[in-house]
Ligand binder design. Sequence first.
Ligand SMILES: *[C@@H]1O[C@H](CO)[C@@H](O)[C@H](O)[C@H]1NC(C)=O
Ligand SMILES: *[C@@H]1O[C@H](CO)[C@@H](O)[C@H](O)[C@H]1NC(C)=O
Length: 400
Amino acid sequence: MGKHRSHSPSAFMRKPSETTRLIITTIIGIVAGFFIGNSFHTVSITKVLLPSGIISFIEDRNTGQATEAMLNHAFSSEKNQNSNHSNQLSAEDLKIFVPTNPKGAERLPPGIVAAESDLYPRRLWGDPSEDLPSKPRYLVTFTVGYGQKANIDAAVKKFSENFTILLFHYDGRVSEWDDLEWSKRAIHVSVRKQAKWWYAKRFLHPDIVAPYDYIFVWDEDLGVEHFNAEEYIKLVKKHGLEISQPGLEPNRGLTWQMTKRRGDREVHKVTEERPGWCSDPHLPPCAAFVEIMATVFSRDAWRCVWHMLQNDLVHGWGLDFALRKCVEPAHEKIGVVDAQWIVHQVVPSLGNQGQAQNGRAPWEGVRERCRREWGMFQNRMTEAENAYYKAKGISLPNKA
Ligand SMILES: *[C@@H]1O[C@H](CO)[C@@H](O)[C@H](O)[C@H]1NC(C)=O
Ligand SMILES: *[C@@H]1O[C@H](CO)[C@@H](O)[C@H](O)[C@H]1NC(C)=O
């Protein structure tokens, strides 16, 4: 009995003053009867019957719920019961180590390893297999402040029920979105004064967003009047774009020729730039290039890009030039969707979340940090590549 350590019940059952713990020690036949009586018919009775160990139940009086706190013991001892007694297995034989399991989970039998998750909300009751009437295949995230509520409301309405909606709130004003119908089924993450790529690194781990074919990582100041998300995805699939963005209507927010909307085609993957800007027509900013304001990633591309995100570089400047390192050939798999296009409204919203310093406006400090991060990111990338090639014994020609 010594190894039957008591398992700690879940937290809400922990208060002895409110909860009468009724520990029933019983033989296994009664256990089986209990399960049948409670129509736990999906739990395999044979599995429960096998162990001769003792199962304790803890009953929570408040909820009238029975918890199989000790059921683990029953399952884990099943194997011993099954084993051939004339051929005793040692503890060493029973040790599990599976090198192909995810790192750190090698001691688990592979069948129990849930290496990936999702963002689908579940119910607290009922049969888990019936929790999800639908599983959205696409994910759209917006980094938002309350000031852009109307704009985000318009944008979200361009995304069908096939999208999980995830809002990153940088101003702490979450409850003020409650009146919007879709807000109730959206996922809200609230952390004050952070930038889009900070949230993306923390809350969009590839193993968490694994069920989604495409992941939209969008700013809040995008005009979506001429955009339809389902149509957009059709075009992205048709043209094999792993990293993309909608075309930008030319206005004062336009920085690069590449992202400018072409009126006469579905997508484009290359552009002309100002003379001298492109050393190679297949490299940014003439190809293999989109900006980071309204980027759309395939699942595989995101898995790579997420690893490239730096924990301290939150603005993502310079990332656009490096996205191409995640897909191959980049000039074919990165492109701009012209037929579904947006307007960049250039609202300095997040910039105003900065801090006034030395008599300068908050946005100035933010802008300066953006530029500095760009340089830092470039340096890190260059150094990492150099280190890699050096380790491989490859010497790079000195580039301009
Ligand atoms: C148990 O082990 C013995 C000896 O190794 C073997 O002859 C017998 O077939 C085994 N029985 C089962 C059920 O595996
Ligand atoms: C959602 O996805 C399903 C399956 O791909 C598709 O049939 C349906 O048309 C989509 N909904 C909308 C609004 O496009």
